[in-house]
Design a protein around this ligand. Structure first.
Ligand code: ZN
Length: 308
């Protein structure tokens, strides 16, 4: 039988956010600590184990399972890190589930961090009530996750949902974070739109996207143009995926999704105008839970993969 409470951990390159989560996705206790990323995987795992011990103290049962959303490509069946970027040196190859289970004495389930957000929004947030949800996260990078029939799609090579690396015609020759060119992330991420504004206005140093969005709200044509370009590229890509998958709902989270109508109007237009006419029946909505989606979704991973 599944535990009533579980511990959810949203592990990032700079911060570990963790909480004690109930079956309704409510976060009862939370902790946030800097990630000791310069000290290697064992320091990170030790700190997570300590954090979980503190969060679980006094809660019903001392064996609460731990779910973790981790950066990188994650083999969720093994609970191991397949590849990771330079923000987490030495993280690739870490047997996270086994090592943390040993350090904490608890059942540990691991998936990709964006997948945890997708599951959190699906279960408790903007995707609640829908069995099939396409989730997109747009911020410093562009990521995604797919929940089909109530379960996360992981893919044959642990890479399902890598939305930012879908080839798009709007992308120029800018290098993507993956090393290739022509990918959605190079047009649609926050830094990509901020860089486009700097190019268009010959502004140096560039403004960050928050200020570009503020200018768009005041009617700055160049700012409106770059938000339109980013939103259109994302909307068209999501329309393509929705045409293939036919989800009930598309949820868009991350910092860029909070810009408001200046971003959402072109995003909705591109989404509903690009795919099959039937995609006009698919709702596209902002994420509802903010950072809690990562914690609650990570905890929900333990309910998808309960202890045998
Ligand atoms: Zn890429």
């Amino acid at each position: 039988m599944a535990d009533v409470f579980a511990i959810g951990v949203d592990l990032g390159g700079s911060k570990i956010a963790a909480g004690l989560v109930d079956e309704r996705g409510l976060v009862h206790r939370r902790m946030s600590l800097p990630t000791p990323h310069g000290q290697g995987p064992s320091a990170i795992i030790g700190l997570i184990a300590d954090t979980c011990r503190t969060l679980g103290a006094g809660a019903a049962g001392s064996h609460l399972p731990i779910g973790i959303g981790s950066p990188g490509v994650i083999d969720s069946r093994r609970g191991s890190v397949v590849t990771a970027t330079d923000t987490m040196p030495g993280w690739a190859g870490t047997e996270l589930a086994d090592d943390l289970s040993q350090a904490s004495g608890r059942h540990v389930v691991v998936d990709n961090d964006v997948n945890a957000f997708a599951l959190g929004e699906h279960r408790y947030g903007a995707g609640r009530g829908a069995s099939d949800v396409l989730y997109a996260s747009v911020g410093t990078s562009v990521g995604g996750g797919l929940v089909l029939h109530g379960r996360l799609l992981t893919g044959a090579h642990h890479g399902a949902g890598e939305l930012g690396h879908v080839p798009v015609s709007a992308a120029g020759g800018d290098a993507c974070s993956c090393g290739r060119t022509g990918h959605l992330e190079t047009v649609a991420s926050g830094p990509a739109m901020a860089a486009a504004y700097a190019r268009l206005t010959r502004r140096n140093p560039p403004l960050d996207l928050r200020h570009v969005a503020e200018r768009a709200r005041r009617g700055d044509t160049a700012a409106i143009t770059v938000l339109n370009q980013g939103a259109e590229a994302l909307g068209r890509t999501l329309a393509g995926l929705a045409t293939v998958i036919d989800p009930q709902r598309v949820v868009v989270g991350g910092g860029v999704s909070q810009i408001g109508p200046a971003y959402w109007a072109p995003l909705r237009d591109a989404f509903h105008g690009s795919g099959l006419p039937s995609t006009t029946a698919v709702d596209i909505v902002p994420a509802a839970l903010g950072i809690d989606a990562g914690i609650a979704g990570a905890a929900a991973l333990t309910r998808q993969h309960p202890r045998n």
